[in-house]
Design a protein around this ligand. Structure first.
Ligand SMILES: Cc1cc2nc3c(=O)[nH]c(=O)nc-3n(C[C@H](O)[C@H](O)[C@H](O)COP(=O)(O)OP(=O)(O)OC[C@H]3O[C@@H](n4cnc5c(N)ncnc54)[C@H](O)[C@@H]3O)c2cc1C
Length: 285
C-alpha cells in the first residue's frame, strides 16, 4: 500500500512498486516503460504527496541503493544521489564543516523531491545551493543541467513541468565551522517543533504562499477553519497551513477539506489558494 510510503499515511496500492538500484537499471526500465506507454511515477520520500484511496494504475519507481550515495566531490561540493534524504545530506554537510543546507534540516524529503519542488524554508531554498543535476529522459537518455537552466522559482522547477527523472545532484556549499552549523541546525529544528504539528502524519504546508504578503495559514485561520475536520482529516490547530491525518483520514477526506478551505478563503479574502502538495492517482485537489 502506498500509504506506507507517504508522510500523510494515506493511499491505496500501485499496480507495481519497483525499487531501482542503479542508473543502468533505471535507464533500461524507463525506456521499456515508455515504449509500452505504461503510466509511471517517481516516488521520493512521499512527504509532499496525497495518494488516491484507490491507489495508482501504473508503476511506482523508488530510487534505492546507488541513488542514496553521498560523497564529497571537491573542497565544498557534495554530490548525492536523488534518493538520498535531505536529512542525511544535511548531517554529511555538517560533518564536513560545510554550511548552506541548514535551512533544509527538518524537511523530510529526498534530494530529488527537494529539487523537483525547489524546497525551502526560512528564506532559503534549494536554488541557493544547487550547482548542477543529472536526469534521465523517459527514453532513458542521461542529461545534465546547470542551475541556470533549471527554471527554479518558488516551489517550482523545470522538473515539475517535465517527465524527467532526477538521478543525482551537485550542491555547492561554503566552508564554515562545525559548531556554528550544528547550532543553526538546532535552532531550525526548534523553530519547526514549536510551529508545526509534527506529531501527526501530514504533507507539510498544503498550500503555497499566495504572495502579496499573505500567508495561507493566516488566511485559513481568518476564514474560521482552524481545527475544521472532515472525516479523519483536520486543519491543524497548531499551524492552519497543515492538514493532519488524525488517524484514519482518507484521500477523499483531505480532498474535501482542501475544497472547503479554498472556497471559504476565497469568499472571505478573494484570494485563490494554490496547492503545494502533489497528487497521485485519481484524486482532485
Ligand atoms: C512535516 C513536514 C514539513 C515540511 N516542511 C517543508 C518545508 O519547510 N519546505 C518545503 O519546501 N517543503 C516542506 N515539506 C514538504 C516536502 O518535504 C518537500 O516538498 C520535499 O521536497 C518533497 O520531497 P519528497 O522526496 O518527499 O518528494 P515526494 O513527496 O515523494 O514527491 C514530490 C514530487 O516530486 C517528484 N519527485 C520526487 N523525486 C523525484 C526524482 N528523483 N525525479 C523526478 N521527480 C521526483 C514526485 O514525482 C512528486 O511529483 C514538508 C513536509 C512535511 C511532512
Amino acid at each position: 500500500m502506498l500509504k506506507n510510503h507517504t508522510s500523510f499515511k494515506i493511499g491505496g496500492p500501485a499496480d507495481l512498486f519497483i525499487y531501482v538500484n542503479n542508473q543502468e537499471n533505471l535507464a533500461a526500465l524507463i525506456s521499456q516503460i515508455a515504449s509500452r506507454e505504461i503510466p509511471f511515477f517517481i516516488l521520493g520520500n512521499g512527504s509532499n504527496l496525497l495518494v488516491s484511496d484507490d491507489g495508482f494504475n501504473g508503476i511506482v519507481l523508488y530510487l534505492n541503493e546507488d541513488f542514496k550515495s553521498i560523497r564529497l566531490k571537491e573542497n565544498s561540493i557534495i554530490e548525492c544521489g536523488a534518493g538520498a534524504t535531505l536529512a542525511r545530506v544535511c548531517v554529511f554537510a555538517m560533518q564536513n564543516n560545510l554550511s548552506g543546507l541548514e535551512f533544509a534540516w527538518g524537511i523530510p524529503g529526498s534530494c530529488g523531491g527537494a529539487l523537483f519542488m525547489n524546497a525551502g524554508a526560512y528564506g532559503k531554498d534549494i536554488s541557493n545551493v544547487i550547482l548542477e543535476a543529472s536526469h534521465l529522459t523517459p527514453q532513458g537518455t542521461l542529461q545534465t543541467l546547470t542551475k541556470d537552466n533549471m527554471m527554479l522559482s518558488y516551489r517550482k522547477s523545470l522538473y515539475s513541468e517535465n517527465p524527467f527523472i532526477i538521478t543525482s545532484l551537485k550542491l555547492k556549499l561554503d566552508r564554515s565551522h562545525h559548531k556554528e552549523i550544528k547550532n543553526t541546525m538546532h535552532q531550525t529544528i526548534l523553530k519547526r517543533k514549536s510551529k508545526q504539528p509534527l506529531q501527526f502524519p501530514s504533507a507539510g504546508s498544503v498550500f503555497k504562499r499566495p504572495g502579496g504578503g499573505y500567508f495561507a495559514g493566516a488566511l485559513i485561520e481568518s476564514a474560521g477553519l482552524k481545527g475544521a475536520k472532515i472525516g479523519g482529516a483536520m486543519v491543524s490547530t497548531k499551524h492552519s497551513g497543515f492538514i493532519v491525518n488524525t488517524g484514519n483520514a482518507t484521500a477523499q477526506d483531505v480532498s474535501k477539506l482542501i475544497k472547503l478551505i479554498k472556497e471559504k478563503v476565497y469568499l472571505e479574502s478573494g484570494i485563490i489558494l494554490e496547492c503545494e502538495v502533489k497528487t497521485l492517482g485519481n484524486i482532485k485537489i
